[in-house]
Design a protein around this ligand. Sequence first.
Ligand code: NAP
Length: 291
Amino acid sequence: MPPRFDRVAVIGVGLIGGSLALAGRAAGVFGRVVGAGRTLATLEEAVRRRVVDSYTVDPRGAVANADLVVLSVPVRAMAPVVAQCRDALRPGTIVTDVGSVKRYVLDAVEPLLPGGVSFVGAHPIAGTEASGVAAATADLFRGRRCVITPGPRSDAEAVSQVRALWETVGMKVVEMNPDQHDSALAWVSHLPHVLAFAASRAVDRHFPQAAGLAGPSFRSLTRVAASSAETWVDIFVANRAQIARAVDRFLTTVEELRHAICAATPEELRAWLEGSREAHQRQLRASREDK
Ligand code: NAP
């Protein structure tokens, strides 16, 4: 049975918050949606695009009487926003988030919430390098995976409502411990962003004239270097230990390939590359089976 949230507050009406507002409304699970944020122009655009019904720059006004509060600001901004509006939250409200790092958000947000307000963390693994409400679409989540990371204090009914919400907008939901989430995402999301930011920077630093000859391989490697720096500063800082570990291990593998290129026989190098191609095929199959 699909959930129903009559009054929804979306705090941070950008790509993800805006897309969830559109998807929830399209699926008929959201009634009235109030957007909250810090920039009037963004909020006015959200109303103009019919992403939200109304807006406020005061999160207290948005959360008072809400059944569901969605935190969709950068991960380090979530707790300060909750600290601003916690007094206006009423018992029975479910607070969820869409942040790309789960341990940091759980530890920062849950202790701030008053009794009777349940927090259920979520990470819809969907998105693009675009940001802002203009990039929001109702079908962003369809066919993708969402990880929910309940904490020790999450109410079972709230967990099942949040799960049902993401399923209703077309996602396959998995439940996971926040630390497991953060270590896995360090490899398959945060590391690719590190590589994209670093590759763009390295070419610019060492051989900027080569940019004119860049083809599809460079463009696909660096696509996500167009992502919002504000969003990614927070992800890198909030998951820095796991990301540093993944980068260290990655560098060891790059060093191994460098050695194979410089010192191995062509047959040995070929075997190394065949191993990577097989890993890539397995990874593609695994991500398709996940859907
Ligand atoms: P976005 O498009 O830049 O939207 C963020 C929104 O939050 C903007 O409307 C921004 O307002 C607002 N905001 C930022 N800081 C704020 C603050 N301190 N107080 C109030 N409002 C604030 O970013 P996004 O891609 O939707 O990311 C939002 C969350 O989703 C992040 O936690 C991110 O980790 C997570 N996420 C992102 C992706 C992805 O692929 N992009 C995927 C899954 C999850 P302004 O208009 O003033 O800038």
